[in-house]
Write a protein that binds this ligand. Structure first.
Ligand code: PMP
Length: 438
């Protein structure tokens, strides 16, 4: 079968122009093809489960804007609601009805009692940390290697996502003073957590973790790790912050909370709740949230927080995300995982597939001998990266858009249909052969 995306001339031209005015030619590092090589595709439109680039190549989209597009692109009801909202004006800097309704929807779906809207996941985690420190009067934060919580200075230590993809050890520009209060521990390591609390227990304001990490590939918590963290925090007067920016409203109606039911003190959300617009949130127990201005003295604010277009898109998306939608996402994801496994098995390519609900990723491990499960950052790092690059490009050439990194989750949308699955199946046969040849 001929390559689907053999013409990339206009993407290449735009990339040259972009590189002249923007560092690396992209406005967020993981969009660049640094880890896989080649020209990033500049997208011009999206429709359902497809995205189409400026050269007219169409791809089945398994990135979904890195999570938000749960229902697929340009969903007619979301588009109509957004168009109606835009025609009423785009921002007032006053409270609006959509904000209240989005807040109510989040409170109804999750254990949080109160919620504050912001514009990005980064702002959500940054604000949650400030609140935790303000409420406890303590300075230290525990985070886990391989978890990514946005580009918050204090949380960039051993972060996942683009930080691993680009192999950046620590980020210049983040001072030692800023990270002096950040304790980084291996994920899924209860002994390390116990030891950190034994040493610093009365200084730790909070433990922050991805509810089920997806930023070093999908590495779910094992042995009730979240319940252990929640209990350890409680016993030591620290707060447990569950970052559900990626998993929230994607894995279940609430998020990973719907799977393990562990109740955090604070939670962060983003991606799906903005329906493709910049909206995110943090929330938690009412007594903790009461520390926030104007009720309390921990300051936090935003000109575009609760923006009427973003909240309309998010609210419409969440209202359309019914139990049937989540069942369909689970089914589609299971089918995709099976197709990947079958294709890689056929070519003898060693792999580990891990999932957290419908979120999954494929680890191109050296060998499956003795390999059971990827539990942490070190395990995720032991991959044959050139094999992923070959696999990625073969998929792209055959019309399937995957995250351009071996350390990212694959995202499904409810718009994926049988035709799209057939395209993926055909692509996988070629990609598995390409991976086997490395
Ligand atoms: N937390 C998690 C778990 C994330 O996956 C991300 C983004 N991938 C963020 C926080 C940061 O969100 P944003 O990119 O909207 O700032």
């Amino acid at each position: 079968m001929a390559a689907v995306s053999d013409n990339t001339e206009l993407s290449a031209t735009l990339f040259d122009r972009a590189s002249a005015v923007t560092p690396g030619g992209v406005n967020s590092p993981v969009r660049a093809f640094r880890a896989v090589g080649g020209v990033p595709r500049f997208m011009a439109s999206g429709d359902g489960c497809h995205i189409t680039d400026v050269d007219g190549n169409t791809y089945v989209d398994l990135v979904c804007s890195w999570g938000p597009m749960l229902l697929g692109h340009a969903h007619p009801e979301v588009t109509a609601a957004v168009q109606a909202a835009v025609s009423r004006g785009t921002s007032y800097g006053t409270p609006t009805r959509a904000e209240v309704e989005l807040g109510e929807e989040i409170v109804a779906r999750t254990p949080v009692e109160k919620v504050r809207l912001v514009s990005s996941g980064t702002e959500a985690t940054m604000s949650a940390l400030r609140l935790a420190r303000g409420a406890t009067g303590r300075a230290k934060i525990v985070k886990f290697a391989g978890c990514y919580h946005g580009h918050v200075d204090a949380l960039l230590a051993q972060a996942g996502s683009g930080v691993i993809t680009l192999g950046i050890p620590g980020t210049p520009g983040v001072t030692e003073a800023t990270t002096a209060d950040t304790i980084v521990l291996p994920y899924n390591d209860k002994a390390a957590v116990t030891e950190a609390f034994a040493q610093y227990g009365d200084q730790i304001a909070a433990v922050i973790t991805e509810a089920s990490p997806g930023n070093m590939g999908v590495v779910p918590p094992v042995d009730n790790f979240n319940a252990f963290l929640a209990r350890t925090c409680k016993d030591n007067g620290a707060l447990f912050i569950s970052d559900e920016v990626m998993t929230g409203f994607r894995i279940t109606k609430s998020g990973w909370y719907g799977v393990d039911g562990v109740e955090p003190d604070l939670m962060t959300f983003g991606k799906v709740m903005g329906g493709g617009f910049p909206a995110a949130a943090f929330g938690g127990r009412a007594d903790l949230m009461a520390h926030l201005a104007p009720e309390g003295s921990v300051y936090q604010a935003g000109t575009l927080s609760g923006n009427p277009i973003a909240t309309t898109a998010g609210l419409t998306t969440l209202r359309l995300a019914t139990d049937e939608v989540y069942a369909r996402l689970d089914e589609t994801s299971a089918t995709l995982q099976r197709l990947v496994a079958t294709a890689l098995d056929k070519e003898g390519v060693p792999y580990v597939i891990q999932n957290a609900g419908n979120l999954f990723s494929v680890f191109f491990v050296e060998s499956t001998e003795g390999q059971q499960q990827i539990r942490d950052f070190a395990g995720a790092g032991a991959q044959v990266l050139p094999r992923f690059a070959a696999f990625f490009h073969a998929m792209l050439d055959a019309g399937v858009y995957l995250p351009p990194s071996a350390f990212e989750a694959w995202f499904v949308s409810a718009a994926i249909d049988d035709d799209a699955l057939a395209t993926v199946e055909t692509a996988l046969a070629m990609a598995a052969r390409a991976a086997a040849a490395v």
